[in-house]
Each structure stands twice: as C-alpha cells, then as structure tokens.
Write a protein that binds this ligand. Structure first.
Ligand code: GLU
Length: 299
C-alpha cells in the first residue's frame, strides 16, 4: 500500500517552531517511505483567520524546502462533503441549543464537570441552522496504539460526553472535518502533535460510524515554552522567520528535538543537503515521548 501522509495546519497565525516540528516529522516519515505528503489548510474558522495567514504558511513551508504532492486542499471548500457526511451520521446526531453559559452553570454544579450532561439528547430539536449538532457517544473504550506515545484509550461517554460536530454558527468542528478529509485523501498515517492525542478516540469513533478505515498514528511530543505551555499563537510563540540561513538553522533544531541527532549538524550547507540527510537517516523510534525546552529554539 502506498504511504500517504499529510500536514494540516490551521491558519490561525504564522508558522512557529511547534508547527515546524509537526511538518518536519510528517514530511520525513512520508518521504523516508517514498510516500506522498499532502498539504491541507484547515481554514474552517474563517472569522478567526488573520488575513493572509494561509498564504504565509504555504510560503514559509516553501522557503523551508518542503515539497508537497497534489494540489493543496482547503477545508473551506469542502463544506458540501461535511454536510453530506451528516446524512450517514443521522441516527447518531441531534440538535443542541445549550448555551455556553448554561453548560458552565451545570459544570459548576459539579455533577458532570465538563462532560456534556446530555441536556438536549432527548429534546428532538429540529436541525435548524441555529442549533449546534452533537453526536451521541457510547460507554465503551476506544483504544489505539500510538507509535510514539504507546497504548491510549478513552471512554467517550464517561470522559467527554456527546460532542459537537457542527457549531451553532454553522462551522463544522475540526473532529468531523479532519475525519472526512483524511479518509477522502486516503491518508494512511497521521503524524502530528501530541496535543491532539486525546482527540484521536473521537476521530476513530467517527471513522467507525462513517465506515472509514483507521489510519495509523504517531503523536510527536509538543514543544513547550519557558512557562511549560504548548507553543501556539495563544502563548505567543514567535513566528518562524524566513531570513537567510534561518530555515536551515531551525530545521536542524527541529531534527535535534525529534531525537535524530545529526552528528554533522553544522555541516549542512544548504536545504537540499539537509533534507537528503534527514530523509535517509530518519528513524521514528528515536523520537522522545516528551520534549525539553530549549530557550534558543527560534532565535
Ligand atoms: N489543524 C490542526 C492544527 O493546526 C491539526 C490537525 C491534525 O493534524 O489533525 O492544530
């Protein structure tokens, strides 16, 4: 079977070192197996997308020497497919008009904590454009073997509750869109940050309901900042600069973080040399489960 991997950034800002790690690991895992590597822009939340963010990400990836296969997929152009998938999910979905405030009040009362207390499950609301859509969860463990993080299980009903697959503002949730697109694009393995590890059982559940096969997973450790927070736009991770020489320096750092320890780290004179070495020597088994922070990452 041909390997098909992907990198699927949300254009919420510019690429930062955390996203570079996911891009690099997924790229090397695909290329080291002569596989394809696809680029998908997860731009469903248009109101929160800074102008030009998607183009800037694509441009930065190009400057770092990433070469993707096929045309770039934009989730904003895939709404019809997500809507279609609701038909197959019909027996499992229901409309929900709970407000955030109402859920917070219930959470504060303590019975269910942050687990959705099923307020709407038996209301049989019509699925109007103003209702969110939730999917019923089951009291059973969904487990998978992650190639880096090991065995992972979650009981969706007990640990999370019925979750939203389309928000009340009509925006499809990441969980549904990612499953529909990974299946449509024939993705065989997903390599991404371990902040998404606990999203995976939800995605496997949706794959099962939609009759899709489950790809294999490898969740790389996420980079954290000096405060121990995940590097992200919210924690003000610095954007990757595209100044001359910086891409090579950042890529070498990324490779070191991913446990590949290039002995000749300083001897790469250009991006091609770097990528040739990295592809030839890539070993997923060397990736650590967790990362230590290096304050010099993006300087
Ligand atoms: N779009 C997601 C993000 O940028 C990643 C999705 C995925 O790799 O499944 O965090």
């Amino acid at each position: 079977m041909t390997y098909i991997g992907r990198f699927a950034p949300s254009p919420t800002g510019l690429l930062h070192f955390g996203s570079l790690l996911a891009a690099t690991a997924s790229y090397l895992q695909a290329r080291s197996q002569q596989g394809q590597w696809l680029l998908r822009i997860e731009d469903l939340d248009k109101p929160r997308e800074p102008v030009g963010a998607a183009d800037a990400i694509i441009q930065t990836l190009g400057l770092y020497g990433f070469e993707w296969d096929q045309t770039i997929v934009y989730q904003s152009q895939r709404i019809a497919a997500y809507t279609e998938s609701l038909n197959s999910l019909k027996p499992f979905i229901y409309g929900c008009n709970c407000s955030r405030k109402q859920l917070q009040t219930r959470a504060n009362q303590g019975d269910f904590g942050l687990i959705y207390p099923r307020i709407c499950r038996d209301k049989y609301l019509a699925l109007t454009p103003l209702t969110a859509i939730r999917i019923k969860t089951l009291d059973q463990s969904i487990c998978f073997h992650d190639q880096i993080q090991g065995f992972y299980c979650q009981n969706l009903e007990r640990e999370l509750g019925d979750f939203v697959i389309r928000r009340a503002d009509q925006i499809f949730a990441y969980q549904l869109a990612v499953v529909v697109d990974d299946a449509w694009q024939g993705i065989t393995e997903i390599v991404r940050g371990s902040d998404l590890l606990d999203n995976t059982p939800r995605q496997i559940y949706l794959q099962q309901l939609l009759g899709y096969s489950t790809p294999s997973y490898a969740h790389i450790p996420i980079a954290i900042n000096a405060l121990g927070q995940k590097l992200s736009k919210q924690t003000l991770a610095p954007a990757l600069t595209t100044q001359a020489n910086k891409p090579l320096k950042h890529l070498v750092k990324a490779l070191e973080f991913l446990g590949q320890n290039p002995a000749n780290a300083n001897s790469f004179s250009n991006l091609k040399e770097f990528w040739d070495w990295a592809i030839a020597n890539w070993d997923l088994n060397k990736i650590p489960k967790q990362l230590a922070y290096d304050p010099l990452i993006t300087t």
